[in-house]
Ligand binder design. Sequence first.
Ligand code: TXA
Ligand code: MG
Length: 339
Amino acid sequence: MSIIRGQDIDEAARWLLAGRLVAFPTETVYGLGANAADEQAIRAVFAAKGRPLDHPVIVHVLDQHACSAWAQPVSAQAEQLMQAFWPGPLTLVLPRHPGVSPLITAGQDTVALRCPAHPVARQLLQRFAHLCGPQAGVIAPSANRFGQVSPTQADHVHEEFNELDDIAMYVLEGGAATVGIESTIVDLSQTGQPARILRPGHVTARQIEAVLGTRVRAFDQGGSEDSPRVSGSLKAHYAPRTPLLLFDRQMLEHKLGQLPDGRIAVVGCGPLLRGAKMPARIHYEYLPADEKKYAARLYDTVRRLDRAGFDALWFEQPPQDESWMAVNDRLHRAAAAFD
Ligand code: TXA
Ligand code: MG
């Protein structure tokens, strides 16, 4: 694998135009990008990730005006949401434009569109649009191998791909992602149906309802028969290699009294109650008891602990409130791999 890391956005845009892969920062997670008009490049992204071809990818655009090249029709509701949340961590699923490659949509009649807010992502899209037109699109799944934890830093991207042979990739560096978990996905493709959350994220159902002035179908953890294919909706996804288990605080305190052998890392949601005993052989740390700050640090924490050779990672279950839905979704998926 040859990975080139840098901050040369012009160079990265030229790589895209030449059909090569560019990993780039967004405010949610790093994406592995390719020209959305180049099927060979799209295939290379699937190959690098080890992602099955039946999982559709998101097209990233510079702005709302680029959407008409990818989606048709773009409904008034879609426009309202774009105006309210773009650029930002919201992906819209719309009826696809007939010209969109079925590789992008996994043969479905819908396409997912997102306009990222990260300044490096925006500059990349700008330069790329300058090279190939204002409606340029960049497909970008999260820049991790299929099923693994999404990267929130350039180092994570490097970790994911540096052992692969035969693929060249330019990794644009842009610091740590501030949102830290993948975008909210909302399905607006079914005319006459309420908008539906397919993947919870930083933008919440309440916020979307406030803009649309109508009810939104909440995210359904189990998925349903008619739900479009969302790879992040596989039960076990976003998983580290070390077993990750979730316990509520009471159970966690009980477990700490009856420790199994081995090295265990415990991650609290806010500090454990004062006075709770922490056995010396346990590595203990905690993430902030604020869902946005927690989300921003979650994946880096999981990756760091995953590398550290523990036998298990024990996470304290965060509150079950609606505001924690996106974080809980990712934690449950990570834990589901070890059910
Ligand atoms: O925050 C994000 O969305 C990041 C950054 C890089 O933009 N991207 C990301 O991509 O998370 P990925 O491929 O890891 O997850 C995109 C999800 C997948 O679960 C995919 O199945 C779903 O979007 N998706 C893509 N097109 C879809 C469609 N037409 N209908 C329903 N789901 C779709
Ligand atoms: Mg992903």
